[in-house]
Design a binder for this molecule. Structure first.
Ligand SMILES: C[S@@+](CC[C@H](N)C(=O)[O-])C[C@H]1O[C@@H](n2cnc3c(N)ncnc32)[C@H](O)[C@@H]1O
Length: 246
């Protein structure tokens, strides 16, 4: 495995290697398949160079912390897309939930923004680079924010929270293992979950994603969840759902 994926959760690499070993005859083909999968599920959102730039921003962040934070959030594709309206986005999505502690699943760099506006956050992601950046940034600012490098497909223990976030996550999980998205939602230890979907590809194309994701998610959620809210916020399809008792 090349140095590009050194920071990825070892469980994820092992899981993908086992899958590839069963599918490809040569070790070279299997290795290539693992690298492609790792790029699709994590590397495409934040590259090693972007992580290095984020580290430099953190190191110099004492002078202008807000500016450094904004520049850092620009280095992960998912927070970059939200950045122009990030305050209004979170006010609309999370404000009505009155949560103090938020569990952020496959968090990317989200916990940095949430920590800056006063939330306590417990993040999980397979990107060790994002996770250590979050922990170091939170320590430097004294925020109640921490993250763990864990693979959500390996059933890690999840801390209890007032609300959970599964933002732009479910399609990435389904791509890795069919059925994994709803399996995860069913075991989240929080009374409400904010689930969001991108409405554009990473390349910026809109290709009928709103109807595709809403048809899929609403059909999947119907049996076990109440959909408390559904809205499109600044180009992101958002749901607030609650697991039905029983
Ligand atoms: C589209 S990004 C979303 C990031 C963040 N939720 C947001 O909306 O800003 C998907 C994230 O999922 C993480 N990821 C992918 N597969 C994962 C898995 N099996 N377990 C935990 N995290 C995963 C990636 O590293 C990446 O940070």
């Amino acid at each position: 495995m090349g140095s590009k994926y050194i920071g990825v959760c070892p469980d994820t690499v092992a899981r993908l290697e086992t899958q590839a070993a069963g599918r490809y005859r040569s070790a070279k083909e299997a290795d290539k398949a693992v690298k492609t999968a790792l790029h699709q599920i994590t590397g495409a959102f934040m590259t090693p160079d972007e992580l290095k730039r984020a580290r430099r921003l953190l190191a110099g962040s004492d002078a202008e912390p807000e500016q450094a934070l904004r520049e850092t959030l620009r280095l992960h594709a998912s927070t970059r897309e939200r950045l122009p309206n990030i305050g209004a986005f979170y006010e609309a999505l999370l404000g009505p939930l009155n949560a103090r502690v938020v569990l952020d699943l496959a968090c990317g760099l989200n916990p940095l923004y949430l920590g800056s506006i006063g939330y306590a956050v417990r993040g999980v992601d397979i990107s060790g680079g994002c996770v250590s950046l979050i922990n170091d940034w939170a320590a430097a600012r004294g925020w109640d924010v921490s993250a763990e490098c864990r693979d959500l497909l390996c059933d890690p223990p999840l801390p209890e929270a007032d609300a959970a976030l599964a933002m732009k996550l479910l399609p990435v999980l389904e791509q890795q293992q069919k059925g994994a998205a709803m399996k995860l939602l069913e075991r989240i230890p929080a009374p409400v979950v904010a689930v969001t979907f991108p409405l554009k590809t990473l390349g910026g194309r809109s290709v009928g994603m709103e109807s595709h994701y809403s048809d899929w998610f609403e059909a999947e959620a119907r049996a076990g969840f109440d959909i408390l809210r559904r809205e499109t916020l600044f180009g992101e399809l958002c749901y607030i759902v609650r697991r039905r008792a029983g």
